[in-house]
Structures are given as structure tokens and as C-alpha cells.
Design a protein around this ligand. Structure first.
Ligand code: NOJ
Length: 715
């Protein structure tokens, strides 16, 4: 997307701004300030460039300030009419997976492996947020996360650089639209690729923690999604909280300037994470705010979120030449360019449209389809599912049967629990009370006695809703054990012992340990917090009125102690050696896995060209796939690469293409999947991207354990 050129008005403004005003442009204040009058005065003085519409540091799970459009317009009026140069404020807010219409959490959206769905969900979120006066969202989160203990695993798109990059880029397109100059009037938002970089590798899954990432892994695993988001026009990025190899990115010239701005060519603006500049002191690389400000701005950071190191110290630092005017001006230009691009100078206010604050039927129906399609069918013994309302009487039970807010997931600041459709409501509305018997107590043994009693008395099947509340995940909330909350697995096992068909719906914000559930249940459906339409969406998936098409964007371990476990690992020198004495080395469920109400078989992989030159465009893979079941369905063809010999060791497998195909019963097809040759490449010892000549093996199938393979020579 070409960025319009605003050099003239920017340079013109720069010549007029005082140093204090320039520094003001680099400061993002939080909207919830104790002293409202003081906030207005500082806007009037040109000392604030942006407001974050939040109240607290880890806003995802807490109630946050919501300013009305009238309030925001009034603050904007002060900036435009009363500040010395009338520069508009830019309003940022964490619009992460929907706004009032809460969509499935990002990890759930990732189960779609479908850029168009992610794009649609992000565009819908942008539309609602923009009607509320928001200009800028701190999304997408494209951290690679391979540790489900980390609460923020729910906010990203999973473990794989290629998939995360594709879905992150789709989110950017959804938020920003494709016409930069008309973003604002078309209800779009500026996107922010975060957190740059490596944050997902926090030690022990403990949030904000230390990360140690080699140059090789940084470039080949953590960087590619950012490259992709930037290629798709993402206008801002956020520097992360973690320290990386001894250097917090918010204070790293190597990461922010050399890697992000110079090597990746990022011309947009970098905002720090919340108070990450001042936190350089706690990290132990700055003694005080002045040092923190010097380090951060010289590293290439452009805007400071909430902490006041820039405000307090930059004037002095300029005077002593510890910071150059050139760097200050560069940062200010980047901030102003975003404001011009977004059209804030032409159209700084938001129209008051109360109707636009309500949930529309269109948004609700997208949320419902998203919740249904992203549900993952993990087990379906003897076609227990799809459920049929005519199948008799169903006992509905479990701790998540009749909850609303926990279905929204973390970061639902504008969502309301009351808008969410509980599972129980969905069933009751669709089937009528006579078809169901419910038991929603927290006391599992009571539930069990009801199940026992009704097994003899006309109940034909049981659906149990287990899982975790959204407050067990998100920023600041990690767990040390991936087990379900106490008692739930035991309850499921005891229900299984009743002997009726047992369907388990697991709702969570991360992969949980479900081996025992998979063993005893007849069918299992997994739903990452599904948003306001989780109830109806999951029911649609259970009945098959919408096909559950979820495929895992992250590996499911058998035990917490297996972490990190991900499909793109490296071989060891002794691949035959067992990993553990008391545990299988394999995960419970592989990346890419997910069943369907029909079954598919991939029987042949052929490559149009078995030799290809390094510079050729694409490998043309053809995968023969057949629907071997009795319903129509969508198969996700996945192609993984393997590079047996290269100058640096490569993962056992790396995803290099995927494609959905719809097949009716008995239908078979040759699915042509083009794979650009550069998908086989990697960053070498010198940091250069190379496709090394030699032999490659491509694997094709329905998950990352795909068996079909073909060899290919790259010359
Ligand atoms: C901290 C989080 O790390 C970040 O993702 C979020 O955007 C900011 N707070 C603002 O709320």
C-alpha cells in the first residue's frame, strides 16, 4: 500500500514547533488521569501527542475507562483550537478481537487458518472502534508463542512463523483497509504490530520475563511475522517489555534502528509498551529516567507510552547533546506522518452516531460464524457428533454451561458479559426446554448423581462444558500447570462412567491438558474463548449446521513438563533417543490437527518440477485428496518443507503452504498448491536470506505429521 507523501506539511510544521511541543508529540498519556483539568491544560500546552484510552497497565482483564465520543471530541477540540499549532491528538486503544462485538480470541481466529476470516473480524472491530472515536489499535500481536503457560499465548496466532505472519498481515489489512488516505472516513484503524521482539519466549512462560534468543532463531522464527506485517503496510509497531540477550528492545539500537528501521525498512512509528521506557531502570540498564530516555530515543523509539522519561528529560538531553536534534525531529516526523496519513489534520473529530455503538446483526452473525468455524473437533467416536435435537433428551452440565463474561476472552474492554450468549441459552433457544435437562451447579457430585439418575430415566446423551475463565490468561496471568482447574477432569471421567454418549466442550485461552478427557469422552470439541456468539457458534458446530473447521495453530502437550514442544523443532544428533524416562516424546495433538464430520485421505503428492532453479518463482505441488466420508467438508491441505543438509541446521519441518479445499462425499481432486521457492529459505550465518542449493523434501497431508513426501532439487 503506497504511503502518501506528506513531507511538505510535516517539514513546515517542524520549523514552527518549539522543542517542548516536539517532545509533547512523542508522549502518549493515559486517558484516565486523576486531574482532568491538568490533562486539558497539558493538551492545551501541546505537551501530549496521543492518548491511550485505558486506565491500568495490564488492561486486558480489568475494567477500563471508556470516554464518550463527546469527551474525545472535546479533548480534540482543545488540541486543535487551543494548542499553539493545532496538532490533533491520536487516540489509541487495545481493540484486540472485536470491540463491542467480541469475536473469538486471536488464538481462536488462528484455528481458521483463513486470512479472509481474520481480515473480516479485524475490519468489523475497526468499524465499531472507529465509531467510538478510536484511531489506533495495539494489534495484531504477532509474537511467536510456544509456551501455553504464558497467559498471552491467547492473544497471538500460535507457534508457527509462516502462519502467524499470514494471519497477522490479514489482521493489518482488516484494520487499516487498502486506502490509506481514506482510512478514517471508511471506519478503519491504524494497526500496530507487537511486541517487537521476542516477548513470546519469556522464560518459564512468566509474563514480562527474560528472553534468550540466538540471532539464528530471532531471524528465522521471531522476525518473519513482523517482516510480513510491514510488507502489508502496518503503520506502527510496539517495542516489547522483555529483555532480550541482555538488552530490552525498548532500549536497543540494534533491534529498533538497525533491524527494524534499517534492515526491515520500517518507515512508520515505534511506540513503547506501557511504561517500558521507565522500566529500563528496573531492567538495570538505566539508573534514572534521564538515562532511560536517552537510551530509548537513541535506540530509535519514537513515542513513549505513559511513563514520562521523554517529557522530563529530553530537553536537557538535547542541550547536552546526549540526544541529537536530528533524532528528535526524525521521531516527530514519524508521529506526524501517522497523523497525516490517517487524515487527522483534515478530519480530527468523530461523528456522534449512537446507533453505531450498538451491535449490528451483521457483526453478530460474523461473530457466530467465526465461533463455529474456529471450533476444533478433536475426537468423534462412532459419529457421536453432530448432535441432533431429535436424538432424545440431553443432559447439559459443567462449570462453563451458563457463563457469559468468561466466554469473551481477555482484552474485551468494550465487550459486555450481558451481550454474550451462554451455551445454555443457545441450547434452550434452539431446542426448547423439553429436550434438555440442565445441571449448572459448581458441585460436581450433585451433577453426577443427576446424570446417574437420568441415565435410567430417559436422558440419552450428556454434553459437559469445562475449561477455564478468561482471567486465567492474558497479560500478567500465566499458569505453572496446564491442567484444567481442579475437579473438572474427574467430573468428566465420572460422567463417562455413567455410560451414556458423552460430549465434552472445552473452552479455554490456551492448550490445556486433555489427554484423560480425550480418552474417556466419545466426542471432544475445543473452543478458544469464542466471544459474544460462543454459545450459538459452538452449538452450530456441535449440530453441524456450520462445519467446525478449526485446525490447531499450536501443539497440544501431554504434560506441562514437555514444554516447550512444537512441531518446528530441530533434530538432535541422536534423533532415536527418548526424550523422557516417564513420558512419551510426542505431543498429545500435533500442530495442524483437527477432525471434520467427514474424513479425508491424501494419497499422492507430485511436484510438477523435481528440479528447480533458485530463482524460479514457484514449485507446483499437486496433492490428491479424497473425501472418504458421508458429508461434504473442507480439508486443509498442509505442506511442510524439510532441508536435510544445509549450512545451519533447520527445523525437522517448516510449514510452507496451506490451502483449503471443499469436497463432497466421495469426491476427489488434485489440489494444486503453488509454493514460492523462497519458502524453502532461511537467514544464514551472515543474516542474509538464502535458499541453499541442494535436496529438499516436501511433506503433504492433513497435519504436521503428514506422511506423503516428494523430493526436490534446488540448483
Ligand atoms: C501492555 C501490553 O503489553 C500491550 O500489549 C498493550 O497494548 C499495552 N499494555 C496497552 O494497553
Amino acid at each position: 500500500m503506497p504511503t502518501p507523501n506528506f513531507d511538505k506539511p510535516i517539514e513546515n510544521l517542524l520549523t514552527q514547533l518549539s522543542t517542548r511541543e516536539k517532545i509533547g508529540q512523542l508522549f502518549q498519556e493515559k486517558a484516565e488521569c486523576e486531574d482532568r483539568e491538568d490533562l486539558r491544560a497539558r493538551i492545551r500546552a501541546g505537551e501530549i501527542g496521543s492518548l491511550i484510552l485505558a486506565s491500568t497497565p495490564f488492561a486486558g482483564n480489568e475494567t477500563q475507562i471508556t470516554l464518550s465520543v463527546e469527551d474525545l471530541n472535546e479533548l480534540q477540540r482543545i488540541a486543535i483550537e487551543e494548542s499553539p499549532h493545532g496538532i490533533p491528538l491520536i487516540y489509541g486503544r487495545d481493540i484486540i478481537h472485536g470491540c463491542r462485538t467480541v469475536m473469538p480470541v486471536p488464538l481462536g481466529q488462528a484455528c481458521s487458518w483463513d486470512e479472509s476470516l481474520v481480515r473480516e473480524c479485524s475490519a468489523a472491530a475497526a468499524k465499531e472502534a472507529s465509531a467510538r472515536g478510536v484511531h489506533w489499535t495495539f494489534s495484531p500481536m504477532i509474537d511467536i508463542s510456544r509456551d501455553p503457560r504464558w497467559g498471552r499465548v491467547v492473544e497471538g496466532y500460535g507457534e508457527d512463523p509462516f502462519l502467524v505472519g499470514r494471519l497477522g498481515a490479514a489482521a493489518v489489512e482488516g484494520y487499516q483497509g487498502d486506502q490509506l488516505h481514506s482510512m478514517k472516513q471508511n471506519g478503519h484503524l491504524i494497526a500496530c504490530a507487537k511486541h517487537f521482539i521476542g516477548y513470546g519466549a519469556s522464560e518459564g512462560g512468566r509474563d514480562y520475563n527474560t528472553t534468550e534468543i540466538t540471532e539464528h532463531t530471532l531471524r528465522n522464527v521471531y522476525m518473519p511475522p513482523f517482516r510480513k506485517a510491514l510488507e502489508h503496510g502496518c503503520l506502527t509497531t510496539m517495542s516489547s517489555f522483555n529483555e532480550l540477550n541482555g538488552e530490552p528492545p525498548s532500549g536497543s539500537h540494534r533491534l529498533l534502528t538497525e533491524l527494524l528501521k534499517e534492515e526491515l525498512g520500517f518507515a512508520g512509528m515505534i511506540v513503547s509498551d506501557w511504561a517500558a521506557v521507565t522500566e529500563l531502570i528496573a531492567h538495570g540498564i538505566a539508573a534514572n529516567n534521564s538515562e532511560a530516555a536517552r537510551i530509548a530515543i537513541n535506540a530509535g523509539l519514537d513515542m513513549e507510552m505513559v511513563s514520562r522519561a521523554f517529557l522530563e528529560s529530553l530537553e536537557d538531553l538535547l542541550e547536552t547533546e546526549a540526544v541529537s536534534l536530528e533524532r528528535l525531529d526524525d521521531a516527530v516526523r514519524r508521529v506526524l506522518r501517522i497523523k497525516f496519513c490517517f487524515g487527522l489534520f483534515d478530519d480530527p473529530y468523530t461523528a456522534i452516531r449512537p446507533e453505531a455503538l450498538e451491535i449490528t446483526p451483521k457483526a453478530r452473525s460474523l461473530a457466530r460464524r467465526a465461533a463455529a468455524e474456529t471450533s476444533i473437533l478433536l475426537k468423534n467416536e462412532g459419529s457421536t457428533l453432530p448432535l441432533s435435537p431429535t436424538a432424545g433428551k440431553t443432559l447439559l452440565t459443567g462449570p462453563l454451561l451458563n457463563v457469559q463474561k468468561p466466554l469473551l476472552g481477555t482484552w474485551a474492554m468494550d465487550g459486555r458479559g450481558a451481550d454474550a450468549c451462554a451455551y445454555l441459552t443457545a441450547f434452550t433457544d434452539a431446542w426448547g426446554p423439553e429436550k434438555i435437562l440442565t445441571h449448572e451447579t459448581a458441585l460436581m457430585d450433585q451433577g453426577l448423581s443427576i446424570a446417574h439418575h437420568h441415565a435410567l430415566n430417559g436422558v440419552d446423551q450428556i454434553v459437559v462444558f469445562v475449561g477455564e475463565d478468561s482471567s486465567r490468561g492474558g497479560e500478567h496471568y500465566s499458569v505453572s500447570d496446564l491442567s484444567l482447574p481442579p475437579g473438572q477432569v474427574e467430573y468428566v471421567e465420572q460422567l463417562a462412567a455413567v455410560g451414556l454418549p458423552l460430549i465434552v466442550v472445552v473452552t479455554a485461552g490456551r492448550p490445556l491438558l486433555i489427554e484423560r478427557i480425550l480418552r474417556c469422552a466419545n466426542a471432544v470439541l475445543y473452543s478458544f474463548h469464542g466471544g459474544i456468539e460462543a454459545g450459538r457458534g459452538v452449538l452450530d458446530a456441535l449440530t453441524g449446521s456450520t462445519e467446525p473447521r478449526g485446525r490447531l495453530p499450536i501443539t497440544f502437550p501431554r504434560a506441562t513438563g514437555q514444554i516447550p514442544i512444537y512441531y518446528g523443532r530441530k533434530n538432535t544428533g541422536r534423533p532415536w533417543s527418548n526424550a523422557y524416562v516417564e513420558q512419551l516424546p510426542s505431543p498429545l495433538l500435533p500442530f495442524g490437527f483437527g477432525l471434520s464430520y467427514t474424513s479425508f485421505e491424501c494419497t499422492e503428492l507430485t511436484l510438477a518440477n523435481e528440479r528447480i532453479s533458485n530463482t524460479s518463482d514457484s514449485i507446483r505441488a499437486s496433492v490428491h485428496v479424497r473425501n472418504t466420508g458421508e458429508r461434504s467438508g473442507h480439508a486443509l491441505i498442509q505442506i511442510y518443507g524439510h532441508d536435510p543438509v544445509s549450512s545451519l541446521s533447520r527445523p525437522i519441518r517448516f510449514l510452507c503452504a496451506y490451502q483449503w479445499v471443499e469436497l463432497s462425499p466421495g469426491e476427489n481432486k488434485d489440489v494444486i498448491v503453488p509454493i514460492p521457492v523462497n519458502r524453502l529459505g532461511f537467514y544464514d550465518r551472515n543474516g542474509s536470506f538464502v535458499v541453499e542449493p541442494g535436496e529438499f523434501i516436501l511433506y503433504a497431508g492433513l497435519d504436521s505429521n503428514a506422511k506423503l513426501h516428494a523430493r526436490l532439487r534446488v540448483d
